[in-house]
Each structure stands twice: as structure tokens, then as C-alpha cells.
Design a protein around this ligand. Structure first.
Ligand code: SAM
Length: 278
């Protein structure tokens, strides 16, 4: 295939998330037509290029790269085509590139995107959860407190929530969802586009039990369906939610969380928390 001459600029190139067959024709054209490929890990991108039968110079880049190395790339893209890839999927999506794109745009450098696979979109298409509104929140934190805070913050958002997660953390994430996203439909999308692709749905309780018995391997996207159409909860339900929330959060935050979720009065729920605690 003859490589078309590329204009100078920055080309953001999505690459497969596990199945080489998902590389786009345009991705191949751009990777073969650029003068340098900025990548997270030259070994990982080197393997991709090898499989595609391409040889291009690669340069390691992430958003913590020194100003000098970013300047060098920005200088090159003024006069030559430069590609940006990540290890897998779409650059900038929980991956490096944001600072490079921002600075390139500020300097009037042409920036083009070559869209393709991304785990979050693949997971959304597979999970059977509502897709009309979703919120992608990146990686769920590994530490209990930070994870609890993030879930508490997002609990009232009327949208499907999408997180990246890892095998060793999945059960803890699901257990936090039992407490902080009670009653939501959950999906675990694992090893997408690969041999052992799996998408399992159920309650957070069911999935936590399953993955405790079968510790998950590989890469994971974790999704939570939107909060249900507000069925008026009874007193016992509210008490159970408050008790679950105060096991993760200070009393005032727990009351605020449950109040927000059900459109209730925060002060009276705080008083109820105090009664429950007492
Ligand atoms: N930029 C990538 C994208 O567009 O999907 C995401 C990069 S992020 C550093 C890596 C995370 O994406 C993994 O830890 C996992 O949560 C998710 N991921 C990537 N590939 C996946 C796959 N094949 N199946 C499930 N999740 C995947």
C-alpha cells in the first residue's frame, strides 16, 4: 500500500484493546506515514508495529514527560507528521496525551484524531445498561476511603456510571457498591475483544460473591446502571441505607448522601443517624 503524504501535525491514533483485527485502515496509514510515533512504552508499541509490518521511529511520551521532551515533539509536529498512541485503545482516555494536545492546539498546530477502540465504549455496548446518558469516571481508586468518596459523590447522578478497574481490586469495588449504590444493576466487562471476553451482570452482591469464588483475571470495566425510578423507600429502607453509609462516611456526609438520593431533608436524616448510632 502506498503511504499518502501526511500533512504536518499531531495525529491521535486509537489502537486495538486486545484484538489486532480491530486496527483501522486509517490507523495503519497514519502510523506508516508519520515521522515519529510518541508512545507510552516502546516495547508495547513496537510489538503492534511488528504485527502490522511497520517500522517507524518511536519515542516514549507521557504527560509527566519533561518539558524538554514535550517541546521537542511540539517542535517536530510544526513541520512533520507526529503520531500519538497509547499502549492500547484511545489515547487520552485514562491515558497520556491531554497536555500534548492542549499545547499543540494552543500553538495552532493541526491536530487530527483517528478514532477506534476504547474499552469504555466497548463495555457500554455490551452491558445492556442504558446508554443514553453515561458518566465515565476513569479508574476507581484503590484505597477504600477514596473509592467510597468517589462512589458517594456519583451515587445520585442519573446516568450509567462507567469505571476502569483491575482484577485484584474488583471484589472490594463491588463490596463498596453494595453499600453505596444499593439496588443498582451492575455489569463487569472483562477481557473485551480477547479470547476470554466476558460480560456478567447482576446485583453488586451477586457479582461480589461470584468474583470472590472466581478471582478475575485480565482487564476490567465496571458499570453501574442509573439509580432506579424513585420508588418511595420505607423507613426500614432508609435506616438500612443510613447504616450502610455511616460504615463508610462521617455521619453528616452519610445523611447528605441519602438525603440527596431520595430528595429528603438532610437535617432530619442527620438526626436519624444520631439515633441509630446512639
Ligand atoms: N485508553 C484506553 C481505552 O481507550 O480504553 C484505556 C487505558 S487504561 C490505562 C487501561 C484500562 O482500560 C484497563 O485497566 C481496563 O480497566 C480497561 N481496559 C483496557 N482494555 C480492556 C479490555 N480489553 N477489556 C476490558 N477492559 C479493558
Amino acid at each position: 500500500m502506498d503511504t499518502p503524504l501526511l500533512q504536518p501535525g499531531l495525529y491521535i491514533v486509537a489502537t486495538p484493546i486486545g484484538n489486532l483485527g480491530d486496527v483501522t485502515r486509517r490507523a495503519i496509514e497514519v502510523l506508516s506515514g508519520c515521522v515519529v510515533i510518541a508512545c507510552e512504552d516502546t516495547r508495547v508499541t513496537g510489538k503492534l508495529l511488528y504485527h502490522l509490518g511497520l517500522k517507524r521511529p518511536m519515542r516514549r511520551y507521557d504527560d509527566h514527560a519533561s518539558d524538554a521532551s514535550r517541546e521537542k515533539l511540539l517542535g517536530e509536529m510544526m513541520t512533520q507528521p507526529v503520531a500519538l498512541v497509547s499502549d492500547a485503545g484511545t489515547p487520552l482516555i485514562s491515558d497520556p496525551g491531554y497536555r500534548l494536545v492542549r499545547e499543540a492546539r494552543e500553538r495552532g498546530i493541526a491536530v487530527t484524531t483517528i478514532p477506534g477502540p476504547s474499552a469504555l465504549i466497548a463495555a457500554l455496548t455490551l452491558a445492556g445498561l442504558p446508554t443514553d446518558r453515561f458518566l465515565f469516571a476513569g479508574f476507581l481508586p484503590g484505597k477504600d476511603k477514596a473509592r467510597g468518596d468517589m462512589l458517594a459523590e456519583l451515587a445520585a447522578v442519573p446516568a450509567t456510571l462507567v469505571f476502569y478497574d483491575t482484577g485484584p481490586r474488583l471484589v472490594a469495588s463491588l463490596e463498596a457498591m453494595v453499600r453505596l449504590l444499593p439496588g443498582r444493576e451492575i455489569a463487569v466487562a472483562r477481557e473485551l475483544t480477547k479470547l476470554h471476553e466476558e460480560c456478567r451482570t447482576g446485583s453488586a452482591e451477586e457479582l461480589a460473591a461470584h468474583y470472590t469464588a472466581h478471582p478475575p483475571r485480565g482487564e476490567i470495566v465496571l458499570l453501574a446502571g442509573p439509580p432506579g425510578a424513585a420508588e418511595k423507600p420505607g423507613e426500614a429502607d432508609i435506616d438500612a441505607e443510613l447504616l450502610a453509609a455511616i460504615s463508610e462516611l462521617p455521619a453528616s456526609k452519610a445523611a447528605a448522601l441519602v438525603a440527596k438520593k431520595h430528595g429528603m431533608d438532610r437535617k432530619s436524616l442527620y438526626a436519624r443517624v444520631m439515633e441509630l448510632k446512639g
